[in-house]
Design a protein around this ligand. Structure first.
Ligand SMILES: [Zn+2]
Length: 381
């Protein structure tokens, strides 16, 4: 997910928000100001709206704290973390790999709901203290809404359905029990799919019974279902890649172009003469690689850009790409490429020469061949 607004970074982890976070900011501020805070719901004053916006921003900060706890524990467990992005359905912590043991998998997942629980406790305590000190009105009303939502967040995330934290906890438990990570992950994504279907069903019932608010549950259900399905695909591809090296799955010796190559020439190359997913763009004298131009960029190119833009402008710079070696295992590339915007990885040999590219499509193709091969050996047995 692309960050529309960067908030900064914590220990090298890029924090940001996707534009869709504006939707929940407005929804929560509105819910708070119009319904939760006023003594006379539906007649909100300026004070209610100020408290509503403050409360909604504080909720986003709680979400960020939840995600940051995942990220920091992941990093301590030796898993690289690229970014945290808040979006309409919550937060997304982009990891560049996976936990190496069931224990680490459990800790990375469990710390999120634990953080939300602690926040609910602290905010609830502050709320109780304020009430004891006879502070009433907007501050206490905002505080009680905040701790309730944090409690709800912890509870919902503990449902054992991937991609929710509870699904990851289930995965860790089954992984320890069965000793097979892929099997455990597939079981937890299956629960995730069913939970998504259940939420859609309940959401539709909700729309019929109480009105439009039920739509929210249905939308979250659709999102969870889709995420569980894509996670399942991902696990299957990664499992199929086990035993293969980068050198075996890469597109070897990709063509190189000068940065001055025109958009029109590049388009002709991709359309008619070349079957790979990216070409290498060199520095101006053609001596060293500087970036890659991908089919994805070329498909999106506007007609006027074909005339004006050149390879130098269309290229994704080398610094933004995953670098790897031919002898490395291919499986771990999948999360790393996904965390780098889906751009292909560049493969360098031990002498520092660029020897190949690996795109997501290359990985999927290799996984499909590996699966077919495995199925044939299974049938022959
Ligand atoms: Zn979480």
């Amino acid at each position: 997910m692309k960050q529309s607004l960067r908030l900064g970074s914590v220990r090298g982890i890029a924090l940001g928000v996707h534009w869709s976070v504006g939707v929940i900011l407005v929804l929560f501020a509105w819910e708070l100001a119009e319904y939760q805070l006023p003594a006379d719901p539906g007649h909100a004053g300026v004070g209610d709206w100020v408290a509503g916006v403050v409360g909604a921003v504080a909720l986003l900060a709680s979400l960020l704290a939840h995600e940051l706890s995942h990220a920091l524990v992941a990093r301590r467990s030796g898993v690289r973390v690229r970014s945290i992005t808040l979006f309409v359905f919550g937060g997304l912590t982009q990891l560049e790999g996976e936990a190496h043991t069931p224990g680490a998998d459990f800790r990375i997942a469990a710390v999120g709901p634990a953080t939300s629980l602690v926040l609910a406790g602290v905010l609830g305590g502050a709320d109780a203290l304020a009430r004891v000190g006879s502070v009433h009105g907007l501050p206490t009303a905002t505080l009680s809404w905040l701790w309730e939502v944090n409690l709800l967040l912890a509870g919902f995330n503990l449902v054992p359905a991937a991609p929710l934290d509870g699904g990851r906890i289930l995965r860790a438990a089954l992984w320890r029990h069965w000793g097979n990570r892929t099997r455990a992950a597939l079981a937890s994504t299956r629960v995730g799919r069913w939970f998504g279907v259940l939420l859609v069903f309940l959401g539709v019932l909700g729309v019929l019974a109480v009105g439009i608010t039920g739509l929210w549950a249905a939308l979250i259900g659709v999102f969870l279902y889709a995420s569980a399905v894509s996670e399942e695909q991902y696990e299957l591809v990664e499992d199929a890649l086990s035993g293969l090296t980068v050198g075996e799955v890469m597109f070897p010796d990709p063509p190189t172009v000068l940065p001055s190559t025109s958009g029109a020439d590049l388009l002709a190359l991709f359309q008619w003469r070349y079957r790979g997913d990216a070409v290498v763009v060199t520095d101006p004298i053609g001596a060293a690689p500087a970036g890659v131009v991908t089919t994805r960029v070329m498909r999106r190119i506007e007609p006027e850009q074909q005339r004006t833009a050149d390879a130098g402008h269309l290229a994704v710079p080398l610094a933004e790409l995953v670098r790897c070696r031919p002898e490395e295992p291919a499986g771990p590339l999948l999360p790393r490429i996904a965390a780098h915007g889906g751009h292909p990885a560049v493969v360098f040999d031990s002498t520092g020469r660029l020897v190949g590219l690996v795109s997501l499509a290359d990985l999927e193709r290799a996984a499909a061949w590996a699966t077919a091969r495995r199925r044939r050996t299974l049938l022959r047995r």
